[in-house]
Ligand binder design. Sequence first.
Ligand SMILES: [Zn+2]
Length: 387
Amino acid sequence: MKYRFPTGIPSTRIPAVRWIVLLCLLTTVLVLTGCTVEEFLSDDVQPIEQTQTDEDDDYYYTETAEDCWEDEEFDEVDQLCYSVVYCDEEGICEEEEYDFLDLLFGLVDELVWGVAGGDFEDAAELEENTLVTYRVDGNQILEPELAAVTDDLLDFQADTEAHQKIWVYFARLVPPEQRPYLTKYVVFTDGPDEVLAFVTPDTDDPTKWLLGVDITDTSNPEELTFTLIHEFAHLMTLNSGQVSVNEYLALEPDNEELYEEAAAACSVYFPGEGCSEPTSYINAFYERFWADIYEEWSEISWMEDEDEYAAAAEEFYLSREDDFVSDYAATSPEEDIAESFATFVLKPKPTGDTLADQKVAFFYDYPELVKLRAEMSGRIYSRLRRR
Ligand SMILES: [Zn+2]
């Protein structure tokens, strides 16, 4: 399998920062619950021994309508109870009742850092880190394809239960109708504390996407939650309904001439996969928050020398710190909208008026996203309250 830069910018010219990834924390250990991912996820995913009956792939803990609490509704697809979160017309939800959100809200600011990007400098390196690739079908992951790995990674590759738990957590966080574009799930590792997760178009069919998660970086529930929402935001803003995929560029992502041709032919924002739709979230976000700074950012993003790039990117961010929800958000419009969306989902509606606040408030202009926010909050809450 070949990976490519999701933004379509050649890897030789733009280093790792152009990957649509979210980095793991190296610094602060945020102890909210003090639990590992296993403990975090195990309460609503039965241990493999208990569920391995007739079906080998039955990792799903299910409930019946009788198991639902008073403020919950039964979801027929997932066979689970989910909390119903009510929001007013301003998009303000009754989240103050939900302690877990308060806890998460306080942590979100600290969850993301690291302007200089991850370690994957070219497609080959990420390919080397793949352990297993699953096909995604609704809530199920099927047909694991094992990659050739070194002996030290065999245990991670064989840990089907962990693969399933991570997937199940994502599947519960993001309703299935929100992710029809996601057709592959990759378990990989680049070692702890580097890239936690990424999404990228599937080279077999660039209108479809794959989600990769580093199995060694999933032990912090808050980081995992924030990161998975961040990755989902990429799917939501770059899918083929939002950005019209350039098939030629998808086949030859490193072809600069093609890239420049496609970008020049696009009269609205060009995120790399193709030309964005005029009414797309990313184009609206770009027009409002990036049009004025794009040229300056562009010059930095094309720097070839990594050190030079890192210094310029840091300077770019520090000179307008209040404009971004995190430093990682300053690395591109795509990362900015993803970071802002994850903040939108996990933090209360901003009351300030900095550009960073406005970027979070941006999503409240879309009723369908306000609804989605409430749904995702309810989904997280319903699972966390059962821990
Ligand atoms: Zn990202």
